[in-house]
Design a binder for this molecule. Structure first.
Ligand code: IMP
Length: 428
């Protein structure tokens, strides 16, 4: 098996970056297929936490080719800043990093329009990361977007930017009463970053297909989580890309038949950032304990994350949407201090019990979770590396997840360090 997909099985922030980073040492290529700088993948490099927003999480692993696929939206100015920051931490970003020419760019007017749109939504705001992701994808679909490959022909890029940005300024000023953006300033900045990004621009789909065909190990790295998928998430409280494994083919140019096992990453509990229904959200001191112990703050926005108990109904939905073959459970150690651990095994909706996840956000908001309580282990799992090292109750918790989902748990992460993993089965 030569390609795997790593996807978030909840509302994002499941710890995919750490898992991708540790599997990358057995891979030749790591490919991002969707999202943009709304992602924040925290990886521990030489004991220091490093957050990647656009760079694939394999970038710190020597010898791994990291690719941004055509399904990603790129803020070119932010990317150059991220490259500089990461290089400052001693990580090489040179010929080991390629950007597909077809990936679209996030421009300053996307961020300005998103800010104005979110404000005008009032109480119905989505709580986006304000990185311009939604408007950039909207432009791509309405044929108003600018692929990053156009930077290589700067005159044509300039012509296109002037036309598009002119229309966006009309929208900003006439529709939202906002200030117009300085198009000349934008062009100047783009000229600077175009030179910096030029060596990384490439036509990548054939490269990825060739790697898979020749038996190299390729990891497709997802961002955000399944429940934020534009088609299958809790619409409209979603992001604007296909966060599920279905996004790999259009986001990379690799056909579905060349895509191997799907690894679903889920926390031992659940978090969500931004607005939208969250059935197992805990509003009491337990939720606060999870937030504190799990350091649950957005890696991109710094917002405190909403926290709650593991939701098997939602997890089974994510397993079905993605076709998850193996689960990786992260942050098990965050539950180390709890006496009892509720697990949501069903929903009650308008008095009826169900094990089906309603995609409709209004119905989901009416869910009353049905919990089964598991005994806590009240011992540290930080040092556990094999299943025999885990307290019996912690192992029972993992086995319960397997029993309720019918999917094997390949590993459980028990700390931030790359080594803090209990491996139950080989993935790559
Ligand atoms: P956007 O992706 O910035 O458009 O935000 C849409 C929704 O997705 C908001 O609820 C965000 O909080 C959420 N979101 C976007 N990226 C992430 C992420 O990396 N982790 C968790 N939530 C995210």
């Amino acid at each position: 098996m030569s390609s795997i997909v790593i996807v978030g099985a909840q509302w994002g922030d499941e710890g995919k970056g750490k898992i991708t980073n540790s599997l990358a040492s057995c891979a030749e290529m790591v490919v991002r297929f969707q999202g943009g700088s709304n992602a924040g993948h925290t990886v521990s490099v030489s004991g220091e936490p490093v957050v990647f927003h656009l760079l694939p999480s394999g970038i710190s692993v020597p010898g791994v080719l990291c690719v941004i696929g055509p399904g990603v939206v790129i803020d070119p100015v932010g990317l150059v800043a991220e490259i500089d920051e990461v290089r400052g931490k001693g990580i090489e970003v040179s010929s080991n990093f390629l950007i597909d020419v077809g990936a679209h760019m996030v421009m300053p007017y996307h961020r300005a329009l998103e800010a104005a749109e979110e404000e005008s939504r009032g109480n119905a705001a989505i709580g986006t990361t304000k990185k311009g992701i939604g408007p950039a994808y909207a432009d791509r679909y309405s044929r108003e977007g600018i692929p990053i490959g156009l930077l290589a022909s700067f005159d044509r890029f300039e012509e296109r930017l002037r036309a598009v940005a002119g229309r966006k300024n009309e929208m900003l000023t006439k529709l939202y009463g906002a200030e117009p953006l300085d198009i000349d300033g934008m062009l100047e900045e783009m000229r600077r970053v175009a030179e910096r990004l030029a060596p990384h621009l490439a036509d990548t789909p054939e490269l990825v297909r060739t790697a898979i065909r020749s038996g190299e190990n390729v990891i497709f790295e997802g961002a955000q989580g399944t429940l934020l998928d534009i088609s299958f998430g809790t619409y409209p409280f979603v992001t604007s890309s296909h966060t599920s494994a279905a996004g790999v083919a259009p986001g990379t140019g690799v056909p579905p038949s060349m895509i191997g096992d799907i690894i679903g990453v889920a926390k031992a509990y659940v978090t969500r950032v931004g607005a939208g229904p969250f059935p197992t959200e805990s509003f009491d001191r337990h939720g606060e304990t999870i937030r504190e112990r799990g350091k649950e703050r957005g890696a991109t926005t710094g917002r405190p994350r909403r926290c709650g108990w593991l939701d098997i109904v939602a997890l089974n939905y994510a397993i079905a949407i993605n076709g998850i073959d193996h689960l990786v459970i992260t942050k098990l150690d965050v539950l180390d201090t709890f006496e009892r651990i509720p697990v949501c095994v069903g929903y009650r909706i308008d008095g009826e019990e169900t094990d089906r996840f309603p995609r409709n956000a209004e119905v989901l908001a009416r869910v009353e979770p049905i919990y089964e309580e598991m005994p806590g282990w009240r011992a540290s799992t930080h040092e556990a590396r094999e299943d025999g090292d885990l307290p019996a109750e912690a192992l029972a918790y993992i086995r319960k997840i397997e029993e309720l989902t019918g999917v094997p748990v390949a590993a459980a992460s028990v700390g931030a360090s790359p080594h803090a993993v209990v491996q139950f089965a080989e993935i790559l």
